[in-house]
Ligand binder design. Structure first.
Ligand SMILES: [Zn+2]
Length: 106
């Protein structure tokens, strides 16, 4: 992101959900979410452990609900909210494409 000449801040704790990246000038926040904990739909990383299904379901449901609440609060406050998944961030080309698409819209 530095290479793109963008000004941003990391981990703003004063915003709902503590977004990983915040671009105040563009009113854009970005979450970098782990596919497992945040349940990336249809992703290979979105697995469910075989033991204690009830425990995991509750945990995952709570994470997803928290993400949704934070996103809603941010949108209410006038932010655009983007999510980059762990599996996308792992591949430099994919990540680069995602960032380009994100900033073109801004
Ligand atoms: Zn994923």
């Amino acid at each position: 992101m530095h290479a793109r000449g963008l000004r941003f801040r990391l981990h703003r704790r004063d915003l709902p959900g503590t977004p990983d990246v915040v671009l105040p000038g563009r009113r854009l926040v970005v979450f970098v979410h782990g596919c497992f904990w945040h349940r990336h739909p249809g992703c290979r990383g979105c697995t469910t452990p075989g033991t204690r299904p009830e425990f995991w379901k509750n945990k995952f449901d709570a994470n997803v609900a928290r993400d949704r609440k934070a996103t809603e609060a941010l949108i209410q406050a006038g932010w655009r909210v983007e999510t980059i998944w762990e599996c996308e961030a792992r591949d430099a080309n994919t990540l680069s494409r995602r960032l380009d698409a994100m900033f073109d819209q801004a």
